[in-house]
Design a protein around this ligand. Structure first.
Ligand code: NDP
Ligand code: GDR
Length: 354
């Protein structure tokens, strides 16, 4: 029997990778996308099928996590075997500026979907995956962080995701839903959103290389993150949902690196060695060979409360799901740099022609 999946947040980084993966596995995939005044489907254009194609297996529906009537209607129409709830206002810094909206979309939005399953009497048919996050660990309580590590959220985003985590657990326990949390550590790719630090760095290095940008402005260079590749993590999501019962799993690489190291690796990719001088907001990163300033600090990128250090222990996922990340830090930086250098070169060619 062909399985039907519904993905919220299908236009995002993970939604695009997951849709591709599920289509390759033979699923019929439905995605929820928001109406926007400009195109927001670039990441899934390559898998788009004409709605008139009777054999098409990829379908899009307009929707929003803040609209329960719309979510109920879509779940009723699609009758999914599996729901992957990936939609969220996912930027931690932005959540300090839009805390109520973030709580609504990321926290209550999860409740709306769970309630849709219940209202429609689909508890025994539909499996539910919640995109939980290492941001739940926030202020370091234990190293490395695992499923049993206490949570200590440090942002409106993390607090909203804390509610989503627990309401998912509660619906599993209260109503017998096959509902799971993937507690995913940071994962990146060439289609990572441009305002997350990894992509911001690789795009800026490529633009500097092409003469389109002079330098980059960053916030906290000493934050440490456990960065993996989104391709590996969507495979983990699918494996979580295939378990006989709902459960909660950490997915991580078990390696941590600073933002500073990411900057150094990215510049090394174009043959530039970065050296540092100064401290705090006065710190500057410069080309060790020429002295040219390439990195400056902009305090606007600091967060009112920061998550200083994340490193995950994914041994439960390895043991129970047979899941293991395949892309290491240096390979991730290389893949992202190559993609952004190619994009910057194409843009530069366009500028010269125009
Ligand atoms: P993105 O920001 O790339 O994608 C988020 C998606 O959610 C987009 O499709 C966005 O639509 C959609 N969305 C946002 N708000 C709403 C709303 N109100 N209604 C409907 N859709 C909405 O995130 P990622 O793909 O990186 O992450 C996927 C999920 O995993 C998110 O929930 C994130 O919080 C979580 N997560 C991510 C991690 C990571 O490192 N990437 C780690 C741990 C958890 P649009 O394209 O229109 O903006
Ligand atoms: P994060 O990712 O907050 O971990 O959340 P982000 O890439 O935004 O920040 C990582 C670290 O880099 C520091 N930083 C900067 N961050 C941004 N965005 N821009 C900068 O200029 C900058 N300079 C330094 C940050 O302070 C932080 O310490 C991501 C999101 O995908 C969440 O949705 C997800 O839940 C978590 O990862 C796991």
């Amino acid at each position: 029997m062909t399985k039907i999946a519904l993905i919220t947040g299908v236009t995002g980084q993970d939604g695009a990778y997951l849709a591709e993966l599920l289509l390759a596995k033979g699923y019929v995939v439905h995605g929820i996308k928001r109406r926007a005044s400009s195109l927001n489907s670039q990441r899934i254009d390559h898998i788009f099928t004409d709605p008139h194609d009777p054999n098409g297996r990829f379908h899009l529906h307009y929707g929003d996590m803040t609209d329960s009537t719309n979510l109920i209607r879509i779940v009723q129409t699609v009758q999914p075997d599996e729901i992957y709830n990936l939609a969220a206002q996912s930027h931690v810094r932005v959540s300090f500026e839009t805390p109520e909206y973030t709580a609504n979309a990321d926290g209550i939005g999860t409740l709306r979907l769970l309630e849709a399953i219940r209202i429609l009497g689909m508890e025994s048919k539909t499996r539910f995956y919640q995109a939980s996050t290492s941001e739940l660990y926030g202020l370091v309580q234990e190293v490395p962080q695992r499923e049993s590590t206490p949570f200590y959220p440090r942002s409106p985003y993390a607090a909203a995701k804390l509610y989503a985590y627990w309401i998912t657990v509660n619906y599993r326990e209260a109503y017998g839903l096959h509902a799971s949390n993937g507690i995913l550590f940071n994962h990146e790719s060439p289609i990572r959103g441009e305002t997350f630090v990894t992509r911001k760095i690789t795009r800026a290095v490529a633009a500097i290389r092409n003469g389109a940008q002079d330098r980059m402005w960053l916030g906290n260079l000493d934050a440490q993150r456990d960065w993996g590749h989104a391709r590996d993590y969507v495979e983990g999501m699918w494996r979580i949902v295939q378990q006989p019962t709902g459960d909660d799993f950490v997915l991580a690489t078990g390696e941590t690196h600073t933002v500073r190291e990411f900057v150094e690796r990215a510049f090394a990719h174009i043959g530039v060695t970065i050296a540092w001088r100064g401290t705090g907001v006065e710190e500057i990163g410069f080309d060790a060979a020429t002295g040219r300033t390439l990195v400056e600090i902009d305090p606007r990128h600091f967060r009112p409360t920061e998550v200083e250090m994340l490193i995950g222990d994914a041994s439960k996922a390895e043991r129970m799901l047979g899941w293991r990340p395949t892309t290491r830090f240096s390979e991730l930086v290389t893949e992202m740099m190559e993609a952004d250098l190619a994009a910057a070169a194409t843009a530069a060619a366009g500028r010269h022609e125009g």
